[in-house]
Design a protein around this ligand. Structure first.
Ligand SMILES: *Cc1c(COP(=O)(O)O)cnc(C)c1O
Length: 361
C-alpha cells in the first residue's frame, strides 16, 4: 500500500521539512507478541530505579537541575574525565541533534554510513545541512576509507555508528585510528556507541579510550539500551569542553527531567546487577547468531543487542511471517530485518520462523 501524497500544509513551512517522512516507531506489538523492534532491554527496571523515580515524583513542581551536575560528576568519574567534558541530554538522539546543529548548517555536509541508524538523515535535514550517505561494505560494515574519501571543505561532521544499527557490525580499533589520522584534525567526528556495553570483540574500537587523544572526537552513549531506561530518555556525550559547550548552546533548556536524573543515579548504584543482564543478553545473542548461521543465514558478527537478517527483496513478506508468529521485528525493505535480542522465551519462535524463511529466500 502506498501512502497518499501529503496534502499541502495551510501555512508556509520549509519545503525540506514538509517532504520528510515523519519518524515511524516500531509497530506496537499485540499483547501476547514479543516486541523485538526497538532494541529495548527486555528486563524490567531495577526496583531501586523505580523507587528513585517515585521519590523524584514528589518534587515535580520544581524544574530539574539544568546541567544534571550530579549525573555528570558521576559519569565523569567513571570515564576518567571532568564534568565539563560531559553533557547529559534527553536521550542520546537529542545530543546528536544538538551536535549536528552546532556543527552543520545550510550548505554544509554530514557524512554517515548507510544503512545505519534511521534517525541520521532526518536530523541532518532538520539542521538544514546535507547528508552524504556512504554505503556499507558487502560485509555490512562501515567503509571508513570511502567515508574519509568523501570528506571535502564542506564536511562539518562525520558520524560513525559502532556497533552499527541495524547490521550489528563493530568498527575495529585500528581502522578507526587510521580514519582519525586521515581526516582533518578540525573536522568533528562523532562515535555513536549506543550499544557499547554489549560489545565482546576485543579488537573493536572503544571511544572511551580515545576521546582525550583526539580533540575532534565526541563519543555518544545512552541509558536506553544496556541500562534499560529507554522510557526515561537519558544519554550523554564526552568530548573536548569546547565541543560540549557547543552542544549545550543548542540544547533545549531543562529537557532532562529530575526523575530521569534520579533514575540514572540509582541505576549507576546498581550497575553490577544491570551489567549482569547485559551479559545474559550478549550470551543470548551468541546463541541466536549460532542458531541462525546453522540454518544458513549469512549473519554479520553482531556486537549489539540485535541481529540482522539480509532478507533483500523478500523483506516485507518475511517480516509478516515473524509478525504472524508473534514476533514484531523491524523491517527495512528492500534490505533486511533487524531483530532485537529479547526475552529467552522469544528465541525458539525466532529460530523456528527464521529457519522457515531462509528456505524461501
Ligand atoms: C537507540 C540508539 C540511540 C539512542 O537512543 P536514545 O534513546 O535517544 O538515547 C542512538 N544511536 C543509535 C545508533 C541507536 O540505535
Amino acid at each position: 500500500m502506498t501512502d497518499p501524497a501529503p496534502a499541502a500544509p495551510p501555512v508556509r513551512l520549509r519545503p525540506e521539512i514538509v517532504a520528510m517522512q515523519p519518524y515511524r516507531q516500531g509497530r506496537p506489538a499485540a499483547a501476547d507478541a514479543f516486541k523485538l523492534s526497538s532494541n529495548e532491554n527486555p528486563f524490567p527496571p531495577h526496583p531501586a530505579v523505580v523507587a528513585a523515580i517515585a521519590e523524584a515524583a514528589t518534587s515535580t513542581n520544581r524544574y530539574p537541575d539544568a546541567t544534571a551536575l550530579l549525573v555528570r560528576e558521576r559519569l565523569a568519574a567513571r570515564h576518567g574525565v571532568t564534568a565539563d567534558e560531559l553533557i547529559v541530554g534527553a536521550g542520546s538522539v537529542s545530543i546528536l541533534a544538538q551536535l549536528i546543529s552546532a556543527a552543520a548548517g545550510a550548505g554544509d555536509e554530514v557524512v554517515h554510513a548507510w544503512r545505519s541508524f534511521e534517525a541520521y538523515p532526518g536530523l541532518i535535514t532538520v539542521a538544514g545541512a546535507t547528508g552524504v550517505p556512504v554505503p556499507l561494505t558487502s560485509e555490512a560494515r562501515h567503509d571508513l576509507d570511502a567515508m574519509a574519501a568523501v570528506v571535502t571543505d564542506r564536511t562539518r561532521l562525520v558520524i560513525v555508528c559502532t556497533p552499527n544499527n541495524p547490521t550489528g557490525t563493530a568498527v575495529g580499533r585500528d581502522e578507526f585510528e587510521r580514519f582519525m589520522a586521515a581526516v582533518p584534525s578540525d573536522l568533528l567526528v562523532l562515535l555513536d556507541e549506543a550499544y557499547a556495553e554489549f560489545v565482546r570483540d576485543a579488537d573493536a574500537v572503544d571511544g572511551d579510550a580515545l576521546v582525550r587523544r583526539w580533540p575532534n572526537l565526541v563519543i555518544l552513549r545512552t541509558f536506553s539500551k544496556a541500562y534499560g531506561l529507554a522510557g526515561l530518555r537519558v544519554g550523554y556525550a564526552i568530548a573536548h569542553p569546547a565541543v560540549i559547550d557547543a552542544a549545550r548552546a543548542t540544547q533545549i533548556p531543562l529537557s532532562v527531567t529530575g526523575a530521569a536524573q534520579a533514575a540514572v543515579l540509582a541505576a549507576l548504584d546498581h550497575e553490577d546487577e544491570l551489567l549482569a543482564t547485559v551479559a545474559t543478553l550478549a550470551d543470548r545473542r551468541e546463541q541466536v547468531v549460532a542458531g541462525l548461521r546453522a540454518q544458513g543465514w549469512p549473519i554479520p558478527q553482531s556486537e549489539g543487542n540485535f541481529v540482522w537478517l539480509a532478507t533483500g527483496a523478500r523483506t516485507a513478506e518475511a517480516a509478516e511471517r515473524f509478525t504472524a508468529a508473534g514476533i514484531v521485528a523491524r523491517a527495512f525493505p528492500p534490505e533486511g530485518i533487524r531483530v532485537s535480542i529479547g526475552e529467552a522465551e522469544s528465541v525458539p519462535t525466532l529460530l523456528q520462523i527464521a529457519g522457515e524463511v531462509v528456505l524461501d529466500l
